[in-house]
Design a protein around this ligand. Structure first.
Ligand code: SAH
Length: 224
């Protein structure tokens, strides 16, 4: 079921954080080749400005990554759109695990599509802010403070797993928590650039495709 988002009055207005700004962002994403109407509609509805510091709110609907504190970023909308589209291509997954909650924007986007979302973040202060945003928007998202490289075994298997921080290699624990027919999307590579990989766990083994170059903050061990 699609949740009804609780929106604040300014999100409906015409200013830098209003509906027009989101419509322009959606138009830009269309021009960049994002085709999935479910994803475009969700991005056109979710108030991205509520996921960043107020001082940056006027830039919320630019197609750019923005700092969220503690050296982390909210991902660029085009990258969020591409990852979400890749995740949905084989049909809407029912349950998704996200690694790297960050601002909570990607998790909220998935939840607004009617997906049951589980998200793991290693930095407690970021997770606290993200949880407040989920509450404000009326989104029911399960979250955990932990090293996400271990996944969330109590809730496995997942229909899809999305990693939003760049690792040197695919994490075996995450592949293990992916259900039959499940899809894993993860940036894999060095610190400066990664390849966005999509893996599908099929009956004949694992199929992999490369969705292009991306730049994510690093996937780090441990918690803080
Ligand atoms: N999906 C986020 C993007 C966040 S950036 C959003 O929509 O805003 C990546 C996040 O991954 C950062 O918050 C970082 O702290 C977190 N991260 C890095 N390594 C991690 C790990 N091992 N486990 C969980 N989270 C991790």
């Amino acid at each position: 079921m699609m949740p009804r988002l609780k929106l604040q009055p300014e999100a409906r207005g015409l200013g830098m954080t209003g509906q027009r700004a989101r419509d322009r962002l959606v138009q830009r994403l269309r021009e960049q080749g994002i085709r999935d109407e479910r994803v475009l509609q969700a991005i056109g509805t979710l108030p991205r400005h509520q996921f960043i510091d107020e001082a940056l709110a006027s830039r919320a609907y630019e197609d750019t990554a923005l700092p969220i504190g503690l050296g982390q970023t909210i991902s660029q909308p085009a990258v969020v759109a591409r990852m979400t589209e890749a995740l949905l291509e084989a049909g809407l997954p029912r349950r998704v695990l996200e690694i790297g909650t960050g601002s909570g924007y990607q998790a909220a986007l998935l939840a607004s599509l009617g997906i049951e979302v589980f998200t793991v973040e290693r930095i407690e202060a970021l997770l606290r802010d993200a949880r407040r945003r989920f509450r404000q928007l009326g989104l029911d998202i399960r979250s955990r403070h932990d090293d996400g490289r271990l996944g969330w075994s109590e809730h496995a298997p997942f229909d899809a797993i999305l990693v939003t921080a760049g690792g040197a290699a695919l994490e075996p624990a995450l592949l293990g928590q992916l259900g039959e027919g499940g899809v894993l999307v993860a940036p894999v590579g060095g610190a400066n650039e990664q390849r966005l990989l999509r893996l599908r766990k099929g009956p004949a083994g694992i199929e992999q495709d490369d969705l292009g170059a991306v730049v994510f903050v690093p996937l780090l061990p441990g918690v803080r």
